[in-house]
Structures are given as C-alpha cells and as structure tokens.
Design a protein around this ligand. Structure first.
Ligand code: MSP
Length: 483
C-alpha cells in the first residue's frame, strides 16, 4: 500500500492578463490527477494560484487605471471564474501577496542565509521582462528572448546571490537516485546536459523596486521572483502555519510545469530545498506547449483561442478531453478549433451515442443481472497505471477503444430485436466503468451519467456489479455544434 495522501501543484500564473488556453493546460492536467487520486480514495491537496510580484503586474495595473491591489483582486477573480468554468476543483488558490506566504519566504530566506548560502555581489546580464529572467547568449542567441522574440535588456545591479553552484553534484546524485524526479525522461537529459556545463550562482534580489518581499537581512532588497514564487508550494500546505497539514502532504507527489520553467523547478527549486534542509518533491513533470500556428499560445493568441468563448461554445468537458486526447502529455501540441470540434464530435458520436442508445433500450425492456463478460475486455488496471504515469492520451485511447467495442456489441446483439435484458445489463454495467474511469477527464458528463444510471463515481465501484434498477432515457450529453 502506498501512502494515502496526494499533493499536486500547478505553476502559479502571472496575473498580468486573464488566463488563456495555455495556462488552462497545466491547471487541467493537475485537476485530472487530483480527481483521479480522489476517485481512488486518497486524501488530495491540489494547489494553484498567482505569482504577483512581477513588474508586468504593475504595468498592467497602471494601464487599467487601477491601484495594484484592486487590479489584483479583480484579475485573480477572473482566474478563479475561469477555473470554475473548466471544472477545476483546487484546494487552495494561493497568491504570493498572501500574508502567510510573505512570512514563509522570509523564513526560508533566513534559513538559507544562516546556512551561508546567500552573499552580496553585483549582477550584470541580459534580462527579459516578460519571462522575468536573465538569459545567457547560449540560450538567447543574438540576445533575443527565445520565448518572446524581443530584444533583451542589459541590466547591472547590486544583488544577493544564492550559492546554486554548490549544489551541482548533489543535484546530479539526486537525479541518479530518483530516476523519475524529472519526467518525462527526455527532458531530464536536457537538464543534465545544461547542468553539467558551468552552473553559476543565482541572483535572488534587487534593490531598485519595492514591489516584492523584502529580504529579512537587508530591507533595501526585495526577493527576485523565483525565490518568492517557488516557495509557494510550501506555503500552500502550511509549512509553518499548519504542521499537521504539512506533515500529511509534503513532499509533493507531482509538480506540473511547462517545459519553459523546468530549469527553475528541476535545478533551482531542489537546490533551495536542499539548502533549507527540506525534503524534495517526488516528481517534476514538464509538459510541452500548446501552439497556435506553431507558436506558443499566450495572451496574444486573443480571439483565436479565447478561453471563455471556447467554454461557452464547446463546454468544459470537450475542451478537457481534446487537450489530453490530441497530444501525448509532455509533447507540444498544435491547437486548431477544427480539431477541438472533431474531438467534441467523437465524444458525442461514441460516448453520447452509446449512453443514449443503451439508456433508451434499458428504459423500454429493463435489465437483468448477469456476469459482465463484456467488461473483461477492458484492462482496468492498465488504464489506472497509464493515468498514474500521466500517459493521459494512452489511457483515453484505451477507454475509447472499449467504448467502440460496446457500440459494436449493441450492433451485433441487436437488443431492440432480442429484447435481451442480460445483454443490456452488461452494457449498463460497462457504462458505469467507463464513466468512472473518464470522470477525472470529463467530470461534468460522468456525473450526469452516474445520476442517470444511479451509481457512485468511486473507483471501488468499477468492479461491483451494478444493482438492477429502472433506467430512464436522459438528456442529450453533448450538443451538436456546427463547424
Ligand atoms: N509565474 C511563473 C511560474 C512560477 S511557478 C513557481 C510563470 N508563469 S506563466 O504564467 O508565465 O506560466 C505558467 C505556466 O503556464 C507555465 O508552466 C507555462 O509553461 C504554462 N503555459 C503558458 N502558456 C502555455 C502554452 N501555450 N502551452 C502550455 N503551457 C503554457 O512562468
């Protein structure tokens, strides 16, 4: 038996604009894992939130004519609403301006400082304000930001440094001892290669701004974004405020991040934890980018992929299904509304059709208990393993192959002619298994099916034969959408 708790996190998003399909991607992935583990009966903590101490937030607040605080209040509400519309059920929405977080960051900084891992120096480098990060020429040829394709700014400032270089060997040893710490494995290779080259100490503060958390040992400096942001994962489960909660959930089981911030999570973050004497998370999983015309989707994708418009048009479940069916989780995936429509139609034509036909026939002829041989053709343990491994596309392919099989079974057995109540029982019982396994991916639809057929969305229910009951034809699960 593994431990009975599960802690999953998303990156915290810069609230310098409303969330888009790209930010939804990390958050839905974490929600799938959270729901999956709840389904298996684990106690789950799912953390998401916003990373507020960035200069871009100040600029956006100014543009909108608001003070920073009301600007942030409003924009975080927009995030929360979007997540709600996408069926995302988190346990805490953390904001880096939260009082407990500010206190925690200062405490962690004090510990690392006492350890002798922070010193004062001068930093000079090429900086991208959009990424809030410095680049070397190797990573940004011609000093053009590889993500935003804008010229980098040369900055020189007094700064405190974290002795990151000291942790190189310890990090490499950790990766070796815990081969799944950085996943997928092809991303691990990139990190090891980069780490094996020169690892410089990290600038962690600046003294030309007061938008941030002051260093406890020098109030003229504020922490530079990453030391502040990464610590949110500790605040989220109450490291200094709620020892019981922290004991239950730390270390995190899976931390979902985009490939662009893997370096921060796979190198800087564990080095900070090693310095502060805190246990390391189990797994950092880096996913690829959702692209539009082969460019990373961001705020500028605008109307082509406006999250609210898409939810209104397709519904949360079709978007969730599309995002994780279309591309192996880890790789980049190209977004096109026509592909989203195709996936929506898959749901409607395969799952929607099966449920509607079986419910209609079961209403007419009833069901009679029998052994469910049909379900033997679905390898439930295999699906469970795939979801645990974050191979979401493969899990969905397996479940949908079984849905096809059930539809074929209806065609072959023709229960509308045979009126065979046992055949209908097998189909109803199989629909139960399908809806339970799909519930982390398409929670709203699974809930409707569970209510219609009268079963609980609980992993333990999959293999318990469904009780014989009256079944009625329900509402259509998926609406017809014209292309
Ligand atoms: N604030 C930092 C993260 C700090 S975590 C301690 C940050 N914020 S972000 O808003 O720029 O990005 C947050 C996450 O969204 C990243 O994991 C990023 O990869 C993800 N995505 C943003 N656009 C994306 C796509 N187009 N596709 C997939 N994920 C994308 O970085």
């Amino acid at each position: 038996m593994g431990k009975n708790s599960f802690y999953v996190t998303t990156p915290i998003y810069y609230p310098s604009g409303k969330p888009h399909l790209g930010s939804a991607y990390s958050t839905i992935a974490a929600d799938i894992l959270a729901r999956w583990n709840r389904l298996k009966g684990k106690e789950v903590f799912f953390l998401t939130g916003t990373d507020e101490h960035t200069k871009k937030v100040l600029k956006e607040a100014e543009k909108s004519g608001k003070e920073v605080k009301p600007y942030l209040e409003a924009i975080t509400l927009v995030f929360k609403k979007s997540w709600e519309h996408l069926g995302i059920k988190y346990d805490r929405f953390i904001r880096t301006s939260d009082a407990d977080h500010q206190a925690l960051v200062q405490e962690i900084l004090s510990q690392v400082y006492k350890k002798g891992d922070i010193y004062k120096g001068v930093y000079q480098g090429y900086y991208c304000y959009e990424c809030e990060g410095y680049y070397t020429e190797r990573d940004a040829p011609g000093f053009i930001c590889p993500v935003h394709e804008k010229k980098l700014d040369l900055l020189k400032e007094e700064s405190y440094f974290f002795r990151l270089s000291k942790y190189k060997q310890l990090l490499l040893a950790h990766y070796k001892k815990h081969p799944d710490f950085i996943s997928p494995s092809y991303r691990k290779k990139e990190i090891i290669n980069r780490l094996s080259e020169e690892l410089k100490d990290l600038s962690i503060s600046r003294n030309n701004s007061d938008w941030g958390i002051p260093l406890p040992f020098d109030k003229n400096h504020i922490t530079y974004v990453w030391f502040d942001a990464l610590s949110n994962y500790l605040t989220g489960v109450g490291m200094f405020e709620d020892k019981k909660l922290f004991g239950k959930f730390w270390p995190a089981d899976v931390q979902i991040v985009g490939k662009d911030i893997l370096w921060f999570h796979a190198v800087i973050w564990p080095a900070m934890l090693l310095s502060a004497g805190i246990a390391l998370p189990q797994k950092i999983f880096a996913h690829g980018w959702l692209t539009l015309k082969n460019k990373k989707i961001g705020k500028s994708a605008g109307n082509a992929a406006d999250l609210d418009e898409l939810v209104k048009k397709f519904g949360a479940d079709s978007i969730r299904y599309f995002l994780f069916k279309a591309t192996p989780f880890g790789d980049d995936g190209e977004y096109a509304e026509s592909t989203l429509l195709d996936r929506h139609n898959d749901l409607s034509n395969k799952l929607g059709n099966l449920v509607a036909r079986v419910a209609g026939l079961a209403q007419k002829y009833g069901i009679a208990k029998t052994k469910n041989s049909l379900l033997e053709q679905l390898d439930i343990e295999d699906v469970a393993k795939l979801i645990d491994e974050l191979a979401f596309d493969k899990a969905l392919i397996t479940i949908f192959a079984f849905i096809d099989l059930c539809n074929e079974h209806v065609q072959r057995e023709k229960p509308w002619e045979s009126k065979d109540r046992k055949v209908l029982y097998e189909l109803v019982d199989s629909i139960k298994a399908i809806a339970i396994l799909l519930s982390p991916f398409i929670p709203g639809t699974s809930q409707k099916i569970a209510e219609q057929f009268g079963f609980k969305l609980d992993f333990k229910e999959i293999k318990k034969p469904i009780a014989v009951k009256k079944i009625s034809r329900g509402e259509l699960l998926f609406s017809k959408i014209e292309g």
